[in-house]
Design a protein around this ligand. Structure first.
Ligand code: BDP
Length: 752
């Protein structure tokens, strides 16, 4: 069997052969382990240079001796007898994973024997699995879940079983097992029964065919379109492994600002080649569909969804796609949004457009993900209200295979946003929650911002749609919840690229990881997910785990503090969105900053209560009541919903102006404190990643001051109040900040 560890990853550990029997052998093995751990601790393992390519699937020798011994004793062989491609890649992963972590290379056997081992397979594919399962196991694992359990095996040698109903369930189970080993869990008493809570867990790549990535900060697109389908980069497989390891089961390959060329025959051949690589890993391929494609590549004169010729063109196109990719997932569509074509160009509704495409996909089990990110500058209504106004009345009119894809908040992936009111208002529609993993408004791949706590706030937000407790997570989980909503989905705009470490910032991979983990189970705590990731990516060393977990947990609140505290939003620089720009007042009004902060001599903030735009009324009355009351509204949304006087007394005892200033300062201070923490970890990890992060944190600290100084200097022209004590004095005057111009910021669609 060919081992398939990450490219360039060669196990550095001396091979330890499996024990047959006898005390001497056991002693020798343990001694070897001990020596090996000592050796790697002295420099060749933990501190080995690491370019981050293996991300959280590093499989370096486990740094905990007793756990390592325990697992080595258990993993005396691999028992597998199925040819299913997903079971086979699960076996490969197990071999390379345990091979690296434990330094072992035991044999693969078709049957359980007295010497224990790791048994993997499906319930139907291996009777040895079926006999060991408990009666209720099968009901609890669904089609993608698994059981990972340790059994005492006859003569005392433990047996670890990874069982599932499907090959992909086995693969997920193996990744779970490896995670247990990597994070230092002992094998004994292991009893894990799990399945995903949300059915469709997707990455959305905003990748263009010329390989630039819209809002991508980690290099170019992973998809080498020109080389495909002849050359298959090994990265595709490693991408699929990383996705599968956290349960991501779908990938939209192309940008929502779509190019119809992807739907032409030569490109479909390329797409098919990618789909072939991803298939054993359970990652289904989706494409973005440009609404005007029938005209651009089909030669029709219209793209009117109610025109039979147009519907016929899509039917044929879909048939052609499925010939190339039999398990094609479907289309993601951005229509009538930010200049993209759509059904409204022909006086038709979003439902008309989505349903026409859905009908073409339905015979093959494909779906349409139709985005609700729509707003128009010509419309007078508060931008935050427009998607709701457009989509809510369409509830119940979409085909069953249409999902309406809704961003977490009603504006646009701001550093912090209240949940989108549509989640509580379309009970008869499948909904997809769209999150942004790439840090468009959060410092790109330069600033550390661990986003799980922010996503969790949205997932846990109570829409009250069907009474208290109808959280966004429940709404998108659909039939898994007791309330029986239609099953939905979750999507994350990817932060991946060709940078060797995938995500640019070595710590930004935590967001890819956390997205997958929360998509699998929104009940997980961001803190525990952070800890898993740190252990897998860096080390189980207590000081590393503790310090880095804390830094991650502090990071999103800190970034909010120094960028847009207290519900301020959309005050970033024009176009590239990197750095402050609260003074932006030219151009399309709903793309300016002044539209959103509304600072004047009396105060600051966007009044979205009944006395203002009334956006708050789009929420369930209980939620609306909370947000509309400035004293009850969570302070992170205060200026989102309210225009408040500068001297408004805050719960802290400060007035609003002082509170804003102190929040900016708090953000700067928090980032400053990481410099010391990170320096302290120098000897606990490889120099390569340590140095990279150190340089980024240094820049982040400098840029946090830039945000503070630029924003406070600007807002001070309205508040006319001094900076309170403890707040740093800006280095430059306001004009300096206003005139700063960044060029060629990665990920920016327009040429600068
Ligand atoms: C905004 C981005 C833009 C995207 C758009 C979208 O600035 O590049 O095309 O969202 O989601 O956040 O369609």
């Amino acid at each position: 069997m060919k081992l398939n560890p990450f490219v360039h990853h060669k196990p550095i550990f001396p091979t330890v052969y499996p024990l047959r029997s006898g005390m001497v052998c056991r002693f020798l093995t343990q001694l070897t382990c001990l020596l090996a751990v000592v050796v790697c601790g002295l420099g060749c393992g933990v501190l080995r240079a690491d370019d981050g390519y293996r991300a959280w699937l590093r499989y370096d020798p486990l740094d905990q001796l007793s756990q390592r011994q325990a697992w080595t004793a258990v993993a005396s062989g691999y028992i597998c007898r199925e040819d299913d491609p997903s079971v086979q890649v699960a076996l490969e992963e197990l071999m390379s994973g345990l091979g690296g972590l434990l330094g072992i290379e035991p044999e693969v056997r078709p049957e359980v024997s007295g010497s224990g081992g790791v048994l993997i397979g499906t319930i139907d594919g291996n009777p040895e699995i079926a006999v060991r399962l408990r009666p209720d196991d099968a009901d609890q694992i669904g089609s993608e879940g698994y059981v990972v359990r340790t059994y005492a095996n006859g003569n005392g040698k433990p047996l670890v079983m990874v069982a599932a109903r499907s090959g992909i369930g086995v693969l997920y189970g193996v990744f779970d097992l490896l995670r247990q080993v990597q994070t230092g869990v002992y094998p004994y008493g292991l009893d894990r029964v799990d399945q995903p809570k949300i059915g469709l867990r997707m990455l959305n790549h905003w990748d263009n065919l010329n390989r630039t990535v819209e809002r991508g900060y980690a290099g170019f697109s992973l998809w080498e379109w020109f080389e495909l389908p002849d050359y298959i980069s090994p990265r595709y497989r490693d991408y699929a492994r990383l996705c599968a390891s956290v349960g991501i089961n779908a990938s939209v390959l192309t940008n929502v600002n779509a190019n119809a060329v992807i739907l032409t025959e030569p490109y479909l051949e390329k797409v098919a080649a990618l789909a072939d690589v991803f298939r054993p890993y359970g990652v289904r391929v989706y494409l973005t569909a440009r609404f005007s494609a029938p005209m651009e590549i089909g030669g029709l004169e219209t793209a009117d969804p109610l025109d039979p010729q147009v519907a016929g063109w899509w039917k044929q196109k879909v048939e052609e796609i499925y010939r190339h990719v039999p398990d094609f997932g479907g289309f993601l569509v951005k229509a009538n949004s930010e200049g993209q074509p759509g059904p409204q160009d022909y006086g038709r509704s979003h439902a008309d457009g989505a349903n026409m495409m859905a009908d073409a996909l339905a015979p093959y089990g494909g779906t349409v993900m139709w985005r609700a990110f729509v707003y128009a500058a010509e419309v007078e209504m508060d931008r935050a209200m427009q998607a709701y106004a457009e989509f809510q009345p369409l509830d119940g009119t979409f085909r069953p295979n249409v999902f309406v894809q809704i961003k977490n908040g009603a504006i646009d992936f701001m550093p912090t946003e209240p949940f989108h009111p549509l989640f509580g208002a379309m009970p008869k529609t499948r909904q997809t929650l769209e999150l942004q993993i790439t840090q468009e408004y959060l410092g790109a791949s330069i600033h550390l911002a661990y986003l799980a706590p922010m996503w969790k706030q949205c997932l846990d937000a109570d829409t009250r749609m069907a009474g208290a407790g109808t959280t966004v997570a429940k709404v998108i989980a659909g039939s898994n919840s007791a309330d029986g909503y239609l099953p939905g989905a979750i999507a994350g705009v990817a932060n991946t690229g060709t940078n060797r470490n995938w995500t640019g910032h070595p710590l930004a991979a935590a967001n890819w990881y956390a997205f997958g983990r929360l998509a699998w189970n929104p009940d997980l705590s961001p803190e525990s997910v952070a800890e898993e990731w740190v252990r897998m990516t860096f080390s189980n060393d207590a000081s590393v785990v503790e310090s880095l977990r804390q830094m991650l947990m502090e990071s999103h609140p800190a970034v909010v503090d120094y960028m847009m505290p207290l519900g301020l939003h959309h005050i970033m620089a024009w176009d590239h969105h990197y750095g402050p720009g609260p003074w932006i007042d030219q151009g399309r009004p709903d793309w300016t900053a002044v539209y959103y902060h509304k600072a004047d001599k009396d105060g600051i903030g966007f009044d979205r209560t009944a006395s203002g735009s009334g956006a708050v009324q789009q929420y369930h009355p209980d939620v609306a009541g909370l947000f509309a009351d400035a004293n009850a509204c969570p302070d992170r949304y205060l200026l989102w919903f309210h225009h408040m006087p500068w001297d408004h007394p805050m719960p802290s005892g400060n007035n609003l102006w002082d509170e804003i200033c102190l929040r900016y300062q708090r953000g700067v201070d928090t980032v400053g404190s990481w410099l010391e923490v990170w320096s302290g970890l120098k000897d606990s990890m490889d120099a390569q990643r340590h140095d990279h992060v150190m340089r980024l944190l240094t820049r982040q600290e400098r840029e946090s001051r830039w945000w503070r100084d630029a924003c406070l200097s600007y807002f001070q022209t309205f508040s006319n109040r001094p900076l309170p004590e403890g707040v740093g004095v800006p280095e430059h005057d306001l004009e300096y900040y206003r005139n700063l111009r960044l060029r060629y910021v990665p990920g920016t669609p327009s040429e600068q």
